[in-house]
Design a binder for this molecule. Structure first.
Ligand code: DGL
Length: 248
């Protein structure tokens, strides 16, 4: 099976990593719209337009399914994409909500969603979690984390200052949803900041679980062939992929 994985930039590589490690596909084609990242500060119309263009790009590869490895794109463009494709398209938000349900049984536990401004404004997570019965859902736009991850800043004083800027009035939640595919790169630092009480929900792990449950995927016994494409600076994207996925 050949799957397409789309993100606004390099963040979706955190989802690709989970898919690659789970051995669910023969071939994974990754496309990052690096020329136009970030999507998280743009309006719906623009995000939908960019996503439809990405869909056109994927059509040349005869893919069996497409995964939108970007929460911002999943929040705004899923319906429009599905209407124009003849293969299944999965976003990461439904999977993230399901993963949260699985890891928090008590619906009164406190959940904090962190994401781009656009994802938070879409209220897709908040509505999805409230529909599942969760009563204490907070959401916070933490857009500065996106350029920090793009810059390879995963620890240190600058990141600590950003944490204090965003989280100065925030108590450690029971679950922290990393509702931006860049944020898993900050898992270690976020885990240390919030402490052991806080479970981190990761879009990549969530989508793997979701696919296994919904499409009855079985793990294959060999690694997927990986192909990378970007709308700008493919070498930079490939280098980041090598680093994040520990490829040779
Ligand atoms: N990877 C995107 C997401 O998951 C965030 C980066 C952007 O703003 O484009 O929302």
């Amino acid at each position: 099976m050949r799957v397409g994985v789309f993100d606004s930039g390099v963040g979706g590589l955190s989802v690709l990593k989970s898919l690659y490690e789970a051995n669910l596909f023969e071939e994974i084609i990754y496309y990052g719209d690096t020329a136009r990242v970030p999507y998280g500060v743009k309006d719906k119309e623009t995000i939908v337009k960019f996503c439809l263009e990405a869909l056109e790009f994927f059509k040349q590869f005869n893919i069996d399914m497409l995964i939108i490895a970007c929460n911002t794109a999943s929040a705004y463009a899923l319906e429009e994409l599905r209407a124009k494709a003849d293969f299944p398209i999965y976003g990461v938000i439904e999977a993230g909500v399901r993963a949260t349900c699985k890891s928090l049984k008590d619906k009164d536990k406190e959940i904090l969603v962190i994401a781009t401004k656009a994802t938070i404004c879409s209220k897709q997570y908040q509505m999805g979690l409230e529909k599942e019965g969760f009563t204490r859902v907070k959401a916070l736009a933490t857009g500065l984390f996106v350029p920090m991850v793009e810059e390879g800043i995963f620890e240190g004083e600058l990141l600590k200052s950003a944490f204090l800027h965003y989280f100065k009035d925030v108590k450690s939640p029971d679950a922290l949803i990393l509702a931006c595919t860049h944020f898993p790169l900050l898992s270690k630092a976020l885990g240390e900041f919030f402490g052991e009480k806080t479970k981190l929900i990761h879009s990549g792990e969530a989508i793997v679980e979701f696919l296994k449950q919904n499409s009855h995927f079985k793990s294959l016994d060999k690694k997927a062939n990986l192909r990378f494409f970007a709308s700008s600076d493919i070498n930079a994207l490939k280098n980041t992929a090598k680093l994040w996925l520990n490829l040779n």
